[in-house]
Design a protein around this ligand. Structure first.
Ligand code: AHR
Length: 660
């Protein structure tokens, strides 16, 4: 966002150097395994998804054709006429006006030469990622104009124009009909293009021209990129928040996210410009639209697939306050509230209900069992409270079973934050969403943030956070080790306070290396590859070592919150009977550590040790070197009830040891 950064931005941050700890002076910790202080909610570590950085269209939504139905504001964007020497033809875009608002445009291709040397080409999203040997599903809506008999020769070509796959479609008749064909790619290519050659003479109308790989997540036709979803599934996330982010709010209210327009047959989903298209002048992405091929049904479905609680966020009657800040008058808020009620029915209602029926028709008669619903993204001011109260009145009366998520705006401190925090607490809000895009140092300094929160007040959802290596949303920000290490230090504080913090998610989630607007991001992709950043691996370490209860881990009777640059927390896993320690060394020195686990009879003689480390704070993972910084596992010997281990400089260490 185009926001001013506060005083923290001025600081150029260096990691704390440990002045007085050496390898000869072990840091001593005591874990009180029989004195749990909090239950850890299954939702504790989750995911924040937003269609930013070509996260959905051009990213996880596996459609390879850009502007497949000619509905972009520039209708031929992504397409061009393609012809061999001497060929003659033309392409016109027709607009049905009010007849079919969701899919009003189509292309009419007129061919004069019969040889099949005239057609149209789609460039894909920065090209199309094609894998040798994989099957691809082509489909098109087509109709012949009177007297025409045109055959479509469909071919994929590589960056040099060489054919790497082909098929033929023979549309018949003058009524719209869907035609499909599958073919195998003969080569791997990150920058393929799709040519559609027209053979014969006359005119043919084309719409919804689509190409999908068959190797989607769970093999679903028209589905999601399997490699990207697998990275999410590997994290075993507790929840999936969707669809954002500012995208919920829209630059204007007209451009807000309206979930009802994102369900049903893909061709009937009414696309809109993606609000990130023009947000950053330095990262303009004019071809970024939301086709909603990844819509609310698919969000619920993927949440279910990966075992995450679905957490949709809806517009609160306010457009993004960093942009227009448009408001819906309070007495006209009803349709927005109705959207929320209908969403609950869509997710949880019986298949016989109006909205439950739509879910069932899409292939999921069983409810999605949604338990959480967010009202507003990063709103602020009394206008938010006024609007939230209207939602709350109706939603709580009709659906007391749904936990409502409220927001304290974009910043974790300051006047707006204080106002909302105080007001929402006074209103007995259930779950408050806090956001922090702050320098790495802030994360280290705020490991104690929640120690002083009211234990009986609202629960906290740390809904968006990421350490910014340069400044908030600076295009120079990097997902470097310093940011990930600092987030890990902070996350020990979230974990220690799991009685207050019940959900946390890094943001944003995905970024396409050639189509991003905002950095840093948790997972980077190109058309063929996807990789986790160090920040991803930190999230995964916490999430896959969540445990069930927090137990005290103390240094000289105090929580470990930065003494000598060390941060730590401990949990018990009641299912496996393990004690799990997480220790973050933010210094440039090896620090020996000795952890005594009290309150257990015995520890197993062998523990599992997982370490992430790098000597270089500016080290990153790349598409070429995707696991440069990533967890390395080994065994660790344990004596009695003591876990002794050296903590590498700039490291995150997780120890899992069985206790009896
Ligand atoms: O994560 C990127 C943006 O940051 C989100 O859309 C918004 O909620 C926050 O300002």
């Amino acid at each position: 966002m185009k926001r001013k950064y506060n005083a923290f931005a001025a600081l150029v941050i260096g990691i704390v150097a440990s002045a007085n700890v050496t390898a000869q002076q072990p840091a001593s910790f005591v874990v009180k395994a029989n004195q749990p202080t909090a239950d850890i909610q299954p939702t504790m570590w989750g995911l924040f998804f937003e269609d930013i950085n070509m996260g959905a269209d051009g990213g996880v939504y596996a459609e390879l054709v850009k502007n497949r139905s000619f509905e972009f504001d520039t209708p031929m964007m992504g397409w061009k006429e393609t012809k061999k020497e001497g060929a003659e033809g033309s392409v016109l875009v027709y607009n049905l006006g009010e007849v079919d608002m969701a899919n009003r445009r189509f292309a009419r291709v007129k061919v004069k030469s019969a040889a099949g040397d005239y057609g149209i080409t789609n460039e894909g999203f920065r090209g199309m990622g094609i894998k040798q040997g994989n099957q691809y599903d082509f489909s098109v809506m087509a109709r012949q104009q009177p007297g025409s008999n045109i055959v479509l020769n469909v071919e994929l070509v590589n960056a040099n124009g060489e054919k790497i796959g082909e098929t033929t479609i023979k549309p018949e008749g003058q009524a719209w009909k869907k035609y499909t064909a599958s073919f195998t790619a003969t080569a791997t290519e990150p920058k393929a293009r799709l040519n559609i050659w027209t053979k014969g003479q006359g005119e043919i109308d084309l719409d919804m021209i689509s190409l999908f790989p068959q190797d989607t997540w769970k093999g679903r036709p028209g589905g999601l990129r399997a490699d990207m979803i697998q990275l999410l599934a590997d994290m075993k996330p507790g929840f999936l928040r969707f669809p954002g982010g500012c995208i919920v709010e829209g630059r204007t209210l007209d451009e807000r996210f309206q979930w009802k327009k994102t369900i049903g047959p893909a061709a009937e989903r009414d696309l809109i410009v993606n609000r990130w298209n023009t947000e950053f002048k330095h990262r303009l992405t004019p071809d970024y639209y939301q086709t909603f091929g990844l819509g609310f049904f698919e969000y619920f479905q993927v949440a279910e697939d990966i075992g995450a609680e679905p957490l949709p966020i809806l517009n609160a009657g306010m457009a993004c306050q960093f942009n227009t800040g448009e408001l819906v008058p309070l007495d006209e808020l009803q349709p927005y509230i109705q959207d929320a009620l209908d969403l609950i029915e869509f997710a949880n209602g019986p298949a016989t209900s109006e909205w439950g029926k739509k879910r069932a028709e899409m292939g999921h008669p069983e409810p999605f069992n949604m338990k959480y619903l967010g009202v507003g993204n990063e709103q602020w001011g009394e206008q938010y409270i006024e609007r939230y109260k209207e939602f709350e009145k109706v939603l709580k009366a009709k659906h007391p079973e749904i936990t409502l998520v409220t927001t304290t705006g974009p910043f974790p401190e300051g006047e707006e934050f204080e106002y909302l925090d105080k007001t929402l607490r006074a209103m007995d809000a259930e779950l408050i969403d806090e956001h922090y895009y702050r320098p790495p140092q802030w994360f280290r300094e705020n490991a104690t943030r929640y120690d002083s929160y009211d234990r009986n007040g609202p629960k906290i959802f740390a809904g968006e956070y990421a350490a910014q290596s340069v400044a908030i949303a600076s295009p120079d920000n990097k997902n470097n080790w310093e940011t990930a290490l600092s987030e890990a230090a902070f996350m020990t504080g979230l974990e220690r306070n799991a009685d207050v913090v019940v959900m946390a998610s890094y943001a944003p989630l995905f970024a396409h290396a050639e189509g991003w607007q905002w950095t840093p991001d948790m997972i980077w992709v190109d058309n063929l590859r996807a990789h986790g950043t160090p920040n991803y691996y930190v999230q995964k370490l916490f999430s896959t070592n969540k445990g069930s209860q927090v137990v005290p881990m103390l240094h000289q009777d105090k929580p470990v919150t930065g003494q000598n640059g060390l941060f730590a927390s401990a949990v018990k896993d009641n299912e496996t009977g393990e004690i799990i320690l997480k220790i973050v060394n933010t210094t440039d020195k090896v620090q020996n550590s000795e952890t005594v686990v009290e309150g257990v009879k015995k520890l197993a003689s062998k523990a599992k040790l997982t370490v992430m480390k790098s000597d270089k704070l500016d080290a990153v993972n790349t598409l070429e070197n995707p696991i440069n910084i990533s967890p390395v596992e080994q065994n660790l010997k344990v004596k009695g009830n003591k876990v002794n281990l050296p903590l590498a400089p700039y490291s995150v260490t997780v120890v899992r040891v069985k206790a009896s």
